[in-house]
Design a protein around this ligand. Structure first.
Ligand SMILES: C[S@@+](CC[C@H](N)C(=O)[O-])C[C@H]1O[C@@H](n2cnc3c(N)ncnc32)[C@H](O)[C@@H]1O
Length: 375
């Protein structure tokens, strides 16, 4: 399997801030499209110089809400990626979108610009839940956005948030069956997490409501695995489910520890040069990011080599999220032997050739497992 290589573009602006979200996001108060185009393409050029000779297998526009970005920004970034690196055959170019009418009307323009995969933030098909999640769309709008997306793009995925307060297995089962019946071939199904500093965190601390308890969440996780597998959309990663061949190629860059360049405010990157894995993180605040790129050509607030220990930790943490597991080399197997043996004995993980794979039970308690395994 040849290693992939991709570009992640973070567009940090949203029409509104959702109460559960702790991504690097800011209210969209109008942006200078030309200035952003210049900054993003300049930073791409900075990284192209340092990663010569590679072809791109994927580009991913994440957010925030990149489907609100001025179209010329999206077009220029895709064109510049092609000019600077060139695409490998059948590249995957994904954009995240909110299912509002404003954005649905832009789907064809994104497709013309070269986007061939759409990720829709549906979150739920329950109107009361969508109000609770602070979303600016209802279930009917989400349903029609999915239909429009499937008419425009060959590949479409949708995000859902489950294990919400007081959500029963029957309620989630109905919602998930509806998502499956749309004909989508990929679903990202995330359990609601209460992130520090968010409005939900404040509400929970003030005991306004309580998150779903762990046992209920575990039961909903199991129901999710069963329902999606029965529908031909088995899990291939903790939260990601797809028909065979429809897996997210870009996200596999993270899970397989391949290389990806991160541009835009608060983007992360991992680039290996001369055998050294460099981690990068750009300035978080849009104004600081623009200023940094305009003065230095690159928005990296942090750029540094990962130690062997850090590389191994990342490989385990990311790789064990997937059903294919984490690839280890002989010295890593040796180094981890004492930590692996008891977990194998408990049936939580197993060795598959050079891969360490978490079993069904292991994936259910992945955080605990990793706490034991990662040196
Ligand atoms: C970068 S966000 C997508 C942004 C896109 N603008 C949207 O809202 O649809 C990626 C996904 O992460 C999930 N997510 C974000 N915060 C979460 C949380 N606290 N708990 C569970 N899932 C979350 C949501 O499903 C969201 O669609």
């Amino acid at each position: 399997m040849t290693a992939g290589f991709g570009v992640y573009v973070h567009w940090p602006f949203c029409a509104r801030i959702c109460p559960y979200c702790d991504f690097n996001i800011y209210r969209d108060r109008g942006v200078d499209a030309e200035r952003w185009t210049r900054a993003l393409t300049r930073e791409l050029a900075y990284w192209a110089e340092r990663t010569q000779g590679r072809r791109l297998t994927s580009v991913y526009f994440g957010g925030g809400t990149p489907s609100l970005a001025p179209l010329p920004v999206i077009e220029a970034v895709i064109d510049e990626c092609e000019r600077l690196w060139g695409f490998a055959p059948d590249p995957e170019i994904t954009i995240e979108a909110n299912p509002t009418n404003a954005e649905t009307s832009r789907f064809r323009a994104f497709h013309t610009a070269g986007v061939n995969r759409l990720s829709l933030g549906v979150q739920s098909f329950d109107d009361a839940a969508l109000r609770f999640l602070g979303r600016d769309h209802d279930a009917a709008t989400a349903q029609s956005a999915i239909e429009t997306a499937l008419a425009v793009f060959a590949r479409v995925t949708a995000d859902f948030i489950y294990a919400r307060p007081e959500q029963t297995a029957r309620m989630w089962g109905e919602e998930l069956s509806r998502a499956i019946s749309t004909g989508l071939t990929h679903l990202s199904l995330y359990q609601l997490t209460i992130e520090p500093g968010t409005a939900f965190d404040r509400a929970v601390s003030k005991k306004r409501w309580a998150p779903a308890d762990e046992d209920v969440a575990a039961d909903l996780f199991d129901a999710t695995q069963e329902l999606t597998a029965a529908a031909g959309l088995p899990a291939y990663e903790i939260s990601n489910h797809a028909a065979p061949g429809e897996e997210s190629r870009h996200n596999f860059l993270y899970w397989r520890q391949d290389d990806y360049v991160g541009v835009g405010p608060g983007a992360h990157g991992r680039v290996t040069t001369d055998g050294v894995r460099i981690a990068t993180e750009t300035e978080l605040k849009p104004a600081d990011y623009l200023g940094m790129v305009e003065s230095k050509g690159c928005g990296a607030a942090f750029q540094g080599a990962l130690s062997e220990k850090e590389v191994l930790a990342e490989r385990l943490i990311m790789g064990l999220r997937t059903l294919e597991g984490a690839r280890l080399n002989p010295s890593e197997w040796e180094a981890l032997e004492e930590r692996i043996a008891p977990l194998v004995a408990q049936g939580l993980i197993r060795r598959c050739d050079e891969r360490l794979v978490a079993g069904k039970e292991g994936r259910r308690i992945l955080d605990t497992l990793l706490a034991t395994l990662v040196p």
